[in-house]
Design a protein around this ligand. Structure first.
Ligand SMILES: NC(=O)c1ccc[n+]([C@@H]2O[C@H](COP(=O)([O-])OP(=O)(O)OC[C@H]3O[C@@H](n4cnc5c(N)ncnc54)[C@H](O)[C@@H]3O)[C@@H](O)[C@H]2O)c1
Length: 353
């Protein structure tokens, strides 16, 4: 492999576009090719970002010996087939979230990664945000003590993306806000908690807006001839083997009077607590029976840029990314369990044998 990592982008949609911009700014990488099932889209992006080659199909891009690594930025249903084929073709993979539409197909990605010996990194850019890095630093210094309870989520009040498109079709997306934005909050919170092993899940999902074509947001393009069979609100309690608990709440649309639409994470530790709500970070301690709240200052740097740099560094130095394949699989296991719990009305135990 040349010292410049040659990257191929699969998927010229909204998030593929963000990846192209970020990788083009890196000295150690070159976006060498792009493809999309809708070729005019790929051709337009190639022009905008000065990408020298448009491949006629994902398979052609994956078979291109000049490409070292690929970004998989397509609807969720295609994550597993494309990531697995990429690994088989000897490419490193930066895979958009969620890892897959369910844990069974996510497990096959992990197996393919292990067989290939290549890097498989999940694109959870929220881990690189300035406040996330500052908070992780505080946790690693032991300032929070043992984190025993967390609350995380994201309430969009009118934010259903692309009604009727792949976003709102269960077989193509794997779910609604839980798998779309909830997976970011789940991933970030597990990372902050030190990746404890989830052992049981109790959850419920609701679809009160989508079926009525209400609560439509601005992300994605609606397809009014399509359909909506995913949830628009989910709530869950996750228990871990170390006794800690996480309550996760997320919506695309909700009558949530007074609730902020900012993504949030609250961590409660034995020595201190911390929170990130949108762009505000706080820490809290009790001293002499008085509550002392302080501001958590974000670290410098753009999250997406840092995530792209991390992917390239992992390839060049042969190191495991912080957003591992196992973390993507664990997220999918928890999401599956929430959907199952909602269907059966029972707690779901997670077996890791
Ligand atoms: N990390 C984030 O914050 C973030 C934000 C938005 C979306 N995403 C994820 O990115 C992925 C894409 O989302 P998006 O918003 O860009 O969607 P999008 O609909 O804007 O773009 C998807 C693109 O993929 C193309 N495509 C579809 N099937 C394909 C296939 N089999 N092979 C090649 N191209 C194919 C489509 O033509 C389209 O151009 C999803 O998995 C989504 O969850 C992540």
């Amino acid at each position: 492999m040349s010292s410049i990592v040659k990257i191929g982008i699969i998927g010229a949609g909204a998030i593929g576009n963000a990846h192209m911009g970020a990788f083009q700014k890196l000295e150690g990488a070159q976006v060498a090719a792009i493809t999309d099932v809708f070729l005019p889209h790929a051709e337009q992006r190639a022009q905008e970002h000065n990408i020298p080659l448009v491949h006629q199909s994902p398979q052609a891009l994956l078979e291109d010996p000049d490409i070292d690594a690929v970004v998989v930025a397509v609807p969720n249903k295609f994550h597993a087939p494309l990531a697995i084929e990429a690994l088989r073709q000897g490419k490193h993979v930066l895979l958009e979230k969620p890892m897959s539409i369910d844990s069974e197909t996510a497990r096959r990605i992990v197996e393919a990664k292990e067989q290939s010996g290549k890097i498989l990194m999940m694109a959870h850019q929220m881990r690189w945000e300035g406040l996330s890095r500052a908070l992780k630093g505080e946790i690693e210094e032991g300032k929070l003590g043992r984190i025993y309870n967390a609350k995380a989520g994201w309430f969009r009040k009118k934010g259903i993306p692309g009604w009727g498109s792949w976003f709102t079709r269960m077989d193509e997306s794997g779910g609604g806000p839980l798998i779309d934005i909830g997976v970011h909050m789940l991933d970030l919170t597990l990372y902050m908690m030190g990746n404890p092993k989830p052992v049981s899940v109790f959850g419920t999902t609701y679809a009160e807006f989508g079926p009525k074509k209400a609560g439509i947001g601005s992300w994605g393009t609606p397809n009014w001839d399509g359909y909506y069979d995913v949830e628009d609100l989910a709530t869950a309690l996750i228990k871990f083997d170390n006794g800690a608990t996480l309550s996760l709440e997320v919506s695309w649309a909700a009558h949530a009077a007074g609730l902020s639409e900012d993504p949030f994470i609250y961590l409660m530790g034995t020595d201190a607590g911390a929170s990130i709500v949108g762009s505000t970070g706080k820490t809290v301690t009790h001293e002499n029976n008085i509550i002392i709240e302080s501001t958590l200052a974000p670290l410098e740097g753009d999250a997406r840029q840092l995530m792209s740099e991390h992917f390239v560094a992992c390839i060049q130095e042969g190191k495991e990314p912080i957003t591992t394949a196992l973390s993507g699989y664990t997220n999918n296991r928890i999401l599956d369990a929430i959907y199952e719990s909602s269907k059966t009305g029972n707690e779901v135990k997670l077996n890791w044998d």
